[in-house]
Design a protein around this ligand. Structure first.
Ligand SMILES: C[S@@+](CC[C@H](N)C(=O)[O-])C[C@H]1O[C@@H](n2cnc3c(N)ncnc32)[C@H](O)[C@@H]1O
Length: 273
């Protein structure tokens, strides 16, 4: 069983990278640093790495030499990840990248043997409950800390607000929880489901908010995000699609002009043994 095969473009990942970097919880990194080995090279496995933005954010916040093993099923994104590696570690030590073309739902503990840390970013809401159970089992078997960032939690605020915002947000959340050939996607339930499963396995789990807060400087990202948000909501509810034309035009014009403040709720999880 694989995660629903939606291809993510590197242009979209580029556009969101600064907002993702600003949103991820630095407080969790402080906790994480205290749990990592203080000597030797860290081996960090980034699952569903895309173009490698997690490594570019996290590697310079961690001290010591690091090997980042980047896993994704998209060879084009892996090529970008290899071509744009993270900068040096917090203390200037060398950071090296290796890429692996993998379906992360098929990984076994041996594939991650030697890991000091497992990470994933913007992944959990795309998987099903069964896939989450497998992922939690995999991470538990490897036995290292796990940092899972930027999972959507179903909170979207637009300012200025309009009455239709709630209906679109509800349809978007339903789209995120849609049934696929592999099962129902977790969408906004991913964070509570993951925290619950890791705790059931006896792990300590820290959860922190990591919302995007997009303002006038993020007009391109806000407009692109809004387009995807509206498209997904309309795909989910045909009757909504028939009634949002003027609303969609107005909201997109506001976003492009930097006149729409957008908050998209996410959470980050740090799992410790
Ligand atoms: C929303 S993107 C996030 C990329 C990156 N982690 C980031 O934060 O920029 C989701 C990524 O998951 C990858 N992906 C989804 N399902 C996968 C699977 N079953 N195995 C490997 N990669 C997968 C996609 O190719 C895509 O790169």
């Amino acid at each position: 069983m694989t995660v629903e095969q939606i291809r993510v473009s590197s242009q979209w990942l580029d556009l969101r990278e600064p907002a993702d970097a600003a949103a991820r919880s630095r407080g969790l990194v402080e906790h994480l640093r205290r749990q990592l080995p203080s000597a030797g090279r860290l081996e960090i496995h980034d699952l569903a790495c895309g173009s490698g933005s997690m490594g570019r954010w996290l590697a310079p916040l961690l001290p010591g030499p690091q090997l980042w093993v980047m896993h994704d099923r998209d060879p084009d994104l892996l090529e970008v990840a290899a071509a744009t590696p993270p900068g040096p570690a917090a203390d200037g030590a060398r950071v090296v990248v290796a890429t692996r073309l993998s379906d992360i739902t098929q990984l076994r503990p041996d594939d991650l043997a030697g890991a000091s840390l497992i990470t994933a970013s913007a992944l959990l809401d795309l998987i099903t409950g069964d896939q989450l159970a497998d992922l939690v089992g995999l991470c538990s078997a490897v036995g290292c800390p796990v940092l899972l960032t930027l999972s959507v939690v179903g909170r979207v605020e637009l300012a200025p607000a309009e009455p239709l915002d709630r209906s679109v947000a509800g349809a978007f959340d339903a789209h995120q929880r849609r049934m696929t050939a592999g099962g129902r996607l977790l969408g906004p339930d991913a964070v509570s489901a993951a925290a619950g499963r890791f705790r059931m396995m006896g792990h300590r789990v820290l959860v922190r908010p990591s919302p995007w807060r997009l303002g006038p400087a993020d007009a391109d990202l806000a407009a692109e995000w809004l387009t995807g948000w509206l498209d997904a909501a309309c795909e989910q509810e045909a009757e909504l699609a028939a009634g949002v034309g003027a609303y969609a035009d107005r909201r997109l014009a506001q976003a492009r002009a930097g006149q729409l403040a957008v908050t998209v709720g996410h959470s980050d999880l740090l799992v410790l043994s």
